[in-house]
Design a protein around this ligand. Structure first.
Ligand code: ZN
Length: 363
């Protein structure tokens, strides 16, 4: 009897220790706590002159980081910047933004100086960070017709300048790995649907373009050149398909952080197969992961619909990350269980990591 008792105690001790060793303790939030705790969505796109996004954020206990992007489907960068300035006037404690720049004039001498001057003016206008987008690596070509990559030496003066000013940099490099796979081999149902309908963006069909590894390797070479830069890799640093790969990346670049924007389904797919692995990934890298959604409001979007969609997305993610409830989402086949991350982990990924990285924001 005594042996059995001791064995049980040993097992208990072992399980407690394994949680402690991965930096996790079992003490988690409930669904209803969503309304109580303060949260930051560190990756959204607020392209509306209305106050809708800041309002829905306030109503749900969120602050937001709106990221400007030179994306043809968005209003131009000047419009996005004016929208940001407008919201900073009235919602300074809720709204913050990352500015960006055009690649036009790349081949002209003095391009980097011009960009530095432009970015400097955005900091005076209240920008908190700078976004580098996937047009570097996937769209823009220099005058010789070559795709420019994120480790291009022409970008070094810009990265050096941002490092010297301690300005955080948000980099969206490449796409999900699915983009380079045949449709039937893709992980995400959303991607299967999207790339079936948009073959022009499906890199599997364009082998002449830079590969997935070309994108990842260029990003890693850039980080090796700028180890002190404050860096956030958008969309789990485009390593969404494997928490093991994301872990290797975070180990190799100790200054790097990643956001979860628009890739939650990849984590849900992985935890559906191996819950422990994803749980321990979050616990181990709790200082390095920032909550983000990639929610977008356009200039003419319906306010009521947007507020509902936004709250639904925020609640669904909360259910997955904070509780152990069984759930389902459109983009994942079948049910899966929430991660029920400890309060300490939730507090960091939902708030303090973003507050620390984007130190000049929301003030
Ligand atoms: Zn985005």
């Amino acid at each position: 009897m005594r042996t059995i008792k001791n064995f049980t105690a040993y097992l208990l001790l072992f399980s407690v220790c394994s949680f402690i060793s991965s930096g996790c303790s079992r003490n988690n939030y409930e669904l209803s706590d969503f309304n109580k705790i303060k949260k930051i969505d560190a990756h959204v796109h607020d392209n509306s002159e209305s106050n809708t996004f800041s309002e829905v954020a306030s109503e749900n206990g969120f602050k937001i980081l709106s990221i400007n992007v030179d994306y043809p489907d968005f209003p131009n960068v000047e419009f996005q910047q004016n929208v940001a300035k407008l919201h900073l006037k009235d919602y300074r404690n809720v709204f913050a933004y990352a500015s960006t720049f055009y690649l036009n004039g790349w081949d002209e001498t003095g391009w980097a100086d011009k960009i530095i001057n432009h970015l400097d003016s955005t900091f005076k206008d209240g920008a908190t960070a700078v976004k580098f987008w996937k047009n570097i690596g996937m769209v823009f070509r220099d005058k010789s017709g070559k795709y420019i990559m994120i480790d291009d030496e022409k970008l070094d003066p810009v990265f050096n300048y941002l490092t010297s000013k301690n300005i955080p940099v948000v980099v969206h490099c490449g796409e999900p790995r699915d983009c380079w796979l045949a449709v039937e081999k893709m992980m995400s149902n959303d991607m299967k649907e999207y790339f079936s309908k948009h073959p022009q963006y499906h890199m599997y069909l364009h082998p002449d373009m830079p590969s997935y590894l070309d994108q990842i390797n260029a990003r890693d070479r850039m980080l090796a050149k700028h180890p002190d830069m404050k860096f956030m890799g958008a969309h789990i640093g485009s390593l969404e398909w494997s928490v093991d790969e994301a872990a290797r990346f975070l180990d190799k670049y100790p200054n790097a952080k990643v956001d979860l924007a628009a890739r939650m389904d990849y984590l849900q797919l992985q935890s559906q197969k191996d819950w422990d692995k994803v749980y321990h990934f979050f616990c181990k890298y709790k200082e390095r992961i920032l909550y983000g959604t990639d929610l977008i409001i356009g200039p003419k979007d319906d306010t009521t619909v947007f507020k509902q969609v936004t709250r639904d997305k925020w609640l669904s993610d909360w259910k997955y990350l904070a509780t152990d409830l069984t759930m389902s989402v459109n983009s994942v086949k079948g049910e899966f269980k929430g991660l029920a991350l400890p309060k300490e982990v939730i507090n960091k990924i939902y708030y303090s990591n973003a507050e620390k990285l984007f130190y000049s924001a929301w003030k």
